[in-house]
Design a protein around this ligand. Structure first.
Ligand SMILES: [Zn+2]
Length: 324
């Protein structure tokens, strides 16, 4: 029995905390005290003696579920990878692997191999049982394909999967193409998680018409009663300045322009994309990096006319306000 296990046995904590045990041998760098405690709510390891925060934003190594009573704990406890909504059975099914080996690593006999082959085949077939599940399987695999294509973070795909599952459960998908609703769910997830992505690029990645994805998107919002926060132009500036390969200074100026424009009420009623593109264009000129209107327009997917209009508005009223 190792030291760690002994210690775990000694205090009969129902939830042995590996993180705590790991730091228990450590000392506080400030006062040398060994009384460290990990506060999972704040994701910190704190010294009990002097209050020094030794580590912040520690990873949560616990399970993805929570239990409030012992009954719930008994019900939810399981082994294996965290469950995920991006797989149709939440990734909790058993998989018969393709190695023809038994538990000890010995290879199987010929007859057993044939049996395993058949078992595997039927296992694969019954994993997806009915039409609803088949729909979900296809949609989720399509979703992860688009996610990989657009380099979307995992939380977006999880959110989009939950949205799609909800739509499937409410039976609002009937009569619509799976791809269309999938793309719309991804766009909705991006909006809800405040990730700046245009409808157009998502539609393009899923080989769909932008109009149809937009229609599906509005339909989903209406039927699922979702709340979607409005897009802020500032969300786009980081992305545009990245794509335009602008220096940090330029990005900062763009943000300043935006703040000033907001004070003068120049952002209300304008499309956030256009305002952000206009601010980026002016910032690039002011910082001496000089991107053309066409370059900005191409990246922001707005017309040059829009940029010119926003530019005129902003320059007329703002130029005297910004101190660089
Ligand atoms: Zn201390």
């Amino acid at each position: 029995m190792s030291d760690g296990e002994k210690e775990r046995d000694k205090n009969s904590d129902p939830e042995p905390n590996s993180q705590l045990e790991r730091v228990r041998v450590q000392r506080c760098p400030e006062c040398g005290s060994k009384r460290l405690v990990s506060d999972h709510r704040c994701a910190e390891i704190v010294c009990m003696n002097c209050g020094f925060v030794i580590a912040a934003k520690i990873a949560d190594r616990g399970p993805e579920w929570r239990a409030f009573t012992s009954k719930q704990r008994a019900k939810r406890t399981r082994v294996g990878a965290p469950s995920t909504y991006t797989i149709h059975d939440k990734g909790l099914s058993t998989i018969i692997d393709w190695h023809d080996r038994d538990g000890r690593g010995k290879s199987l006999s010929y007859g057993q191999k044939a049996q395993m082959y058949r078992l595997r085949k039927w296992h694969r077939r019954i994993r997806v049982s009915d039409a609803t599940e088949r729909n979900l399987t296809f949609a989720l695999s399509e979703m992860s394909r688009i996610g990989n294509h657009l380099n979307l973070p995992k939380n977006i795909l999880e959110t989009a999967s939950v949205i799609y599952r909800k739509a499937l459960k409410e039976r609002v998908i009937r009569g619509r193409s799976i791809q269309g609703v999938t793309a719309a769910a991804i766009y909705l997830a991006c909006r809800q998680c405040k990730l700046p992505r245009t409808l157009e690029e998502i539609a393009q990645a899923s080989n769909m018409n932008k109009k149809e994805v937009g229609r599906n998107y509005r339909f989903l919002i209406k039927k699922l009663d979702c709340s979607v926060p409005p897009v802020k132009p500032s969300q786009w500036i980081a992305r545009f300045s990245n794509y335009l390969e602008m220096q940090g200074k330029g990005e900062e100026i763009a943000h300043k322009i935006l703040v000033a424009a907001k004070e003068l009420r120049l952002t209300s009623g304008r499309a956030p994309l256009g305002v952000a593109a206009g601010a980026c264009y002016i910032a690039s000129v002011l910082s001496g990096e000089g991107r053309t209107q066409r370059e900005v327009a191409e990246i922001a997917q707005v017309t040059e006319v829009t940029i010119r209009n926003r530019y005129k508005e902003l320059v007329e009223r703002l130029m005297f306000q910004i101190s660089l």
